[in-house]
Structure formats: C-alpha cells, structure tokens
Design a protein around this ligand. Structure first.
Ligand SMILES: N[C@@H](CCC(=O)N[C@@H](CS)C(=O)NCC(=O)O)C(=O)O
Length: 119
C-alpha cells in the first residue's frame, strides 16, 4: 500500500513537471502588485498530494510565488495547521490580512480564490 502511494506520488510529480502550465505575463508594476499580495499567503500542503498539485499549478498559472509549508515532513508546519486551521488536511491556504489569519481548505475554493484575486 505504501509502495503504491509512493509510486503514485512520483507519477503525479512527474506529470506536473512534464505538463507545467505557463505563467501569465504582466507588466513590471502589475507583477510587483501581485508579488506584494502573494506575501499575505501561505500554502500548507503535501508535496505529492494531487489536490495540492492542482493548487500549485494555479499559482504557477498566475505567476505568483507563495510560501509553501510541508505539513507532512515539517512537524512545526503540521502543528501550525492543526492549531490555526483546526485540522490537518491539505491543501490549506492561510490568508493573512490586517494581522488576521483566515484558513481556507478545499482545493476548488483555493483555486477560485486565486483566480479572483490574481487573474
Ligand atoms: N476535497 C479536498 C480533499 C483534500 C484531501 O483529501 N487531502 C488529503 C491529502 S491528498 C489529506 O489532507 N488527508 C489528510 C491526511 O492525510 O492527514 C480538497 O479538494 O482539497
């Protein structure tokens, strides 16, 4: 079972690498604005989780760089997610605005949010 999971995970990462989406091109100023906005975001994820890959691909499409925290390998990140978000489920996007954190679960909701904010 573990072996199947590892092989599947590698296949997902390979597929992601081979079929990498291209990122949107913006003016220097617009990209700067997007970069500033992206600083409010942190993605809690597992490297080979298909739902997380979906969200990371949307970030690539939107040409934004978001801090990634691996909630499987990094026990501090796992604890932050559990305490802050309420459960260890990934992907989870932490949105920090005016000192307040909002924890967004569900890959479809996160992709929708990214499109709304950055597309
Ligand atoms: N419907 C969710 C599914 C997310 C999901 O099932 N994530 C798995 C990893 S692929 C998870 O966090 N499982 C809990 C765990 O493994 O501890 C979404 O689209 O985001």
């Amino acid at each position: 079972m573990k072996l199947i999971r590892i092989v599947l995970g590698k296949a997902i990462l390979l597929g992601d690498f081979v079929f990498r989406p291209s990122g949107v091109k913006r003016s220097v100023q617009d990209q700067q604005n997007a970069d500033n906005k992206a600083q409010d975001l942190t993605l809690y994820q597992f490297e080979a989780c298909p739902f997380c890959v979906k969200v990371r691909r949307e970030m690539k499409r939107q040409s934004i760089s978001v801090e990634l925290k691996d909630a499987r390998r990094d026990s501090n990140a796992r604890e932050e997610l559990k305490i802050g978000g309420g459960k260890v489920k990934v992907p989870c996007l932490k949105i920090t605005k005016d000192g307040t954190d909002t924890w967004m679960y569900e890959s479809n909701d996160i992709v929708q949010y990214l499109k709304q904010e950055f597309a």
